[in-house]
Design a protein around this ligand. Structure first.
Ligand code: TXA
Ligand code: MG
Length: 316
């Protein structure tokens, strides 16, 4: 069931049920983060392996110290600058956070989301919310309440509708590696913006098939249809016998295929990010056999867009 009833969401979460929640990045599939019983339901509903840990969502900075043992200086500076916002920090967890939430790690991924309805929800609840993206494991993340309802509606008690997500890409994940703040997943906050605040270069951990953070799995965020990245006119030639959908950054390719979407004719990577996942879903649902796209500029949110496209194109 979809709705805007905050009281119902609160009641269901207190009863250890699953509720999908809006955030500025993507919709989350939320449960009481302190209840192993409730968190188990998240893994079941998503068909998610339990080696893939969950992000914990809190309403404000003063709640942080209940759940983490220490906040290093770099983390404090990033939190003060970007929270509420699309940034997840990996910090040493306190025992109150169940091991299932962190898949046995001593670190918990934690963030304050920037969405008025969800912030109000978090403020009114006596516990934080564990919430992965509200999609079946490996599929594209949802950016509207209807996306969640379509795929998980029969497995969860409520979808809290907060409108379409304004950023459209998952949060940027930052932790420590070899003594340095390191990005483990590019996302809704650009690496350049983190670097401006910390005044150091921040390495981005390359992807792998044996990931530390499973948003890093080679194949992830994937539509059902094959997706190819390259020079669009050349790929159109190569697949001329197929029904093609084209997903471009700014150029209009509607002369080359019946389904051709330019994510931002005005060359705006933030707008492209906002529309990316919904457009991939639409292409999955329409009458085409193959999705053709291109590499986006490798700056700002373009890095996270390229990361998602490359995982979506990975052949399983
Ligand atoms: O924007 C977001 O981050 C959204 C919204 C709902 O907050 N959530 C999200 O969650 O994208 P999920 O589960 O789809 O992706 C979270 C990623 C996973 O790849 C997970 O491995 C990593 O965060 N992660 C979470 N906790 C971690 C931990 N303790 N150590 C390492 N990685 C962690
Ligand atoms: Mg996810």
């Amino acid at each position: 069931m979809i709705g805007k009833d905050l009281q119902k969401a609160i009641g269901d979460l207190i009863a250890d049920e699953l509720v999908a929640i809006p955030t500025e990045t993507v919709y989350g599939l939320a449960a009481n983060a302190l209840s192993t019983f409730a968190v188990t339901k998240i893994f079941e509903a998503k068909n998610r392996p339990t080696f893939d840990p969950l992000i914990v969502h809190v309403p404000s900075l003063d709640h942080l110290e209940k759940y983490v043992k220490e906040i290093p200086d770099w983390a404090k500076r990033l939190a003060e600058e970007f929270w509420p916002g699309a940034l997840t920090l990996l910090l040493p967890k306190r025992d109150i956070i169940p091991d299932l939430v962190t898949s046995g790690s001593d670190l918990v991924g934690i963030r304050i989301p920037q969405h008025p309805l969800t912030l109000e929800l978090l403020t009114k609840l006596p516990f934080p919310l564990a919430a992965p993206s509200a999609n079946p494991f490996g599929y594209i993340s949802p950016t509207t309440a209807q996306h969640v309802e379509d795929q998980l509606g029969n497995k969860i008690s409520y979808v809290l509708d907060g409108g379409p997500c304004t950023i459209g890409l998952e949060s940027t994940i930052v932790g420590m590696k070899e003594g340095k703040p390191t990005v483990f997943r590019t996302g809704g906050i650009a690496v350049e913006d983190l670097e401006k605040v910390l005044k150091i270069e921040i390495p981005v951990q390359a992807s792998s098939s044996k990931p530390l953070a499973p948003g890093m799995l080679d194949s992830h965020y994937a539509p059902k249809k094959p997706l190819h990245i390259g020079n669009i006119p050349q790929l159109v030639q190569k697949f001329h016998q197929s029904k093609i959908g084209i997903l471009s950054f700014e150029h209009d390719y509607s002369n080359l295929a019946r389904h051709a979407i330019a994510l931002s004719p005005t060359h705006n990577l933030n707008e492209a990010a906002e529309k990316l996942f919904a457009t991939m879903r639409n292409m999955d649902d329409c009458e085409i056999d193959v999705i053709i796209t291109e590499k986006f500029p490798e700056v700002g949110l373009g890095r996270a867009i390229n990361d998602r496209l490359s995982r979506a194109s990975f052949k399983k």
